[in-house]
Design a protein around this ligand. Structure first.
Ligand SMILES: CC(=O)SCCNC(=O)CCNC(=O)[C@H](O)C(C)(C)COP(=O)(O)OP(=O)(O)OC[C@H]1O[C@@H](n2cnc3c(N)ncnc32)[C@H](O)[C@@H]1OP(=O)(O)O
Ligand SMILES: CC(C)C(=O)C(=O)O
Ligand SMILES: [Mg+2]
Length: 546
């Protein structure tokens, strides 16, 4: 079989608007930088906001994955985001930490201050400043002339350079910007000192051919192109974000902006795990590499799903539960003969274990630690100890402990700030046909020291449990959805409950796991209440500071 054509055959001649040039002369590196924006564009989407502690946990996971740059937030957005970026810039050692800023003095100074710990340590921090350039944004949103936008971009970049040598500039809505004007803005940005030029497809409008040709144009026609890294930031409104990012890379981009699980504004951003595995799996075609430790992808994706309460769809590429599952006979037959008949990647390359039956009640800490590492989790001594205690309890309850059980235990720990309410006990009586309705008795503990118990009767045990929790917390919620799925096999399987609730201002997802489905539901419901209360507390503290 002949090998497919490489996107970067040596000496490949390209033609852009009548000019021809040699791509390999212009693009000196085969390394594609992964710029992760899970904590900024990802967090910006409704239902995905994270507390500062949760952002730090995700930042550590992203660092472990080996992302080159992580956009930790938008420093001027809130005091909480400012502090979160600062903490991440202090704690993260191996990735460049970045903050987003509009092209205005306040935003840039806030970003400069937030990334200072990284800049001071010599690791460097990045300021990413942006301004929209398309006609629609100029006329209706910014109400600025073309000249004014160039002036703002230049001034913004020059100010950012006073804080750091690593300045990224984005022309928001670049794809819908006239090419000659885009060229003018980008050249001005390079002259002003930008070191990375990002070309966002802000509304997910472009196509692979179009964006590839745009990047080729930038590489060939922009003065100063050889002194900067070009970057793509693609949204998924038409489901093309990954394809467009890969096409941008073929056109010369050497940084891809992406987010775990593809989270981000509206339909989301280019999914980190997909673009990274496409480059790795089809290295024969792209001829490019990233520095990602892809074995951590599955664990990091799960952590994000747990923290935000948004489960990963089963059929999601790379990290979905079905991504490496085979149920139909013809496929099973093929996979048993040779996995490559139906698998183009090795599950272990993304951190999915094929070793289903794992540990039992006779296993020790070393085996548990080893299994956790295989699943992509690095545990400190204290974490291992507390996981081990829970593991032993579970092993007593269950005949077999599967990888998903261990994941559920680790992630239950990792969710972090689970307060202010904690579930102390839950008793449910249900199932009799003597006319008595199910009753749930719930005892909750608030972090301010209050302990309250309430018994509630209702049509079903789950309903009774939710009503009892609502009574104690004073949060009568309207459920959009409640679902339970089993995450392991057998009659004693771990159940994962998911609750979705909409309030006037936002929607919230909660998640809970247990071998008992009602208890899993109670945990998921309480998770939502805790998210609502934590957000209200954050808003109060922001209001108090203003
Ligand atoms: C495509 C993207 O993802 S862009 C990033 C989007 N992310 C966010 O917006 C999250 C963080 N945002 C926030 O917290 C708030 O919007 C803040 C604190 C930044 C600003 O809040 P406010 O001052 O109340 O302004 P508001 O959000 O209503 O409007 C945005 C203002 O910024 C201006 N603006 C927008 N983009 C830019 C830019 N890149 N450079 C300069 N000014 C800009 C708008 O013209 C508008 O100005 P106006 O107040 O003079 O009309
Ligand atoms: C701020 C920029 C990079 C952005 O998120 C977009 O244009 O989508
Ligand atoms: Mg975006």
């Amino acid at each position: 079989m002949s090998s497919p054509p490489s996107a970067l055959d040596d000496g490949q001649e390209l033609s852009t608007q009548g000019k021809s040039f040699n791509l390999t002369d212009i693009i000196m590196t085969n390394h594609v930088k992964i710029f992760d924006t899970t904590l900024r564009d990802g967090e910006q989407a409704p239902g995905f906001s994270m507390t500062s502690g949760q952002k730090l946990k995700m930042a550590k996971a992203l660092e472990g994955l080996g992302v080159d740059i992580m956009e930790a937030g938008f420093a001027a957005a809130s005091p909480g985001d400012f502090e979160a970026i600062k903490t991440i810039a202090t704690e993260v050692k191996d990735s460049i930490v970045c903050s987003l800023a509009r092209c205005n003095e306040g935003d840039i100074r806030a970003s400069g201050e937030a990334i200072k710990p990284a800049a001071k340590s010599g690791r460097g921090g990045r300021i990413h400043t942006f301004i929209a350039t398309s006609p629609l944004h100029r006329e209706f949103k910014l109400k600025m002339s073309m000249d004014e936008i160039v002036r703002r971009a230049t001034a913004g970049i020059e100010l950012a350079r006073q804080y750091t040598d690593d300045v990224e500039f984005s022309c928001e809505d670049a794809i819908r910007t006239e090419r000659d004007y885009l060229k003018r803005v980008v050249e001005a940005a390079i002259k002003a000192g930008a070191t990375t030029i990002n070309i966002p497809d802000t509304v997910g409008y472009t196509t692979p051919e179009e964006i590839q040709s745009l990047f080729e144009f930038l590489a060939s026609d922009i003065e100063g192109a050889d002194s900067v890294t070009f970057s793509a930031h693609c949204h998924d409104d038409l489901g093309l974000a990954v394809a467009n990012s890969l096409a941008a890379v073929r056109g010369g981009a050497r940084q891809v902006e992406c987010a775990l699980n593809g989270i981000g504004e509206r339909a989301g951003n280019c999914a980190l795990e997909e673009v990274a595995m496409a480059l790795r799996t089809r290295k024969d075609f792209f001829g490019l590499s990233t520095q990602l430790k892809t074995e951590g992808l599955y664990g990091a994706s799960k952590l994000l799903a747990t923290i935000t309460g948004n489960p990963v769809p089963r059929n999601k590429a790379i990290v979905g539960k079905n991504a490496f599952a085979h149920e139909s006979g013809i496929h099973q037959h093929g996979v048993l003969a040779n996995r490559e008949t139906y698998e183009i990647m090795k599950p272990e390359d993304v951190g999915v274990s094929t070793d289903n039956l794992v540990l039992g009640k006779h296993s020790g800490r070393a085996a548990l630690k080893n299994r956790a590492e295989t699943l992509g989790f690095e545990l400190g001594d204290n974490q291992l100890q507390s996981l081990f205690v829970k593991f032993k309890h579970l092993a007593d309850e269950k005949k077999e402990v599967f990888d998903a059980d261990i994941e559920a235990l680790i992630l239950g720990e990792a969710v972090g700030e689970i307060g202010p309410w904690a579930l102390e006990s839950l008793y449910v009586s249900a199932g009799s046909d003597d006319g008595k309705r199910p009753v749930a008795t719930v005892r909750l503990h608030h972090e301010d020291g209050r302990k309250e118990t309430w018994s509630q009767e209702a049509a079903g045990p789950v309903n009774a449990t939710f009503l009892a929790i609502s009574h104690i917390t004073g949060q009568p919620l309207h459920l959009d959805s409640f679902s339970v799925q089993s995450v392991t096999e057998g009659e004693d399987a771990m159940a994962e409950a998911s609750v979705m609730v909409s309030t006037e201002f936002s929607s919230y997802h909660g998640r809970g796991t247990s071998t008992d489905t009602v208890l899993a539901g109670a945990r998921a419901y309480l998770d939502v209440i805790n998210r609502i209360e934590r957000r209200a507390d954050r808003q109060k503290s922001i209001a108090a500071q203003h």
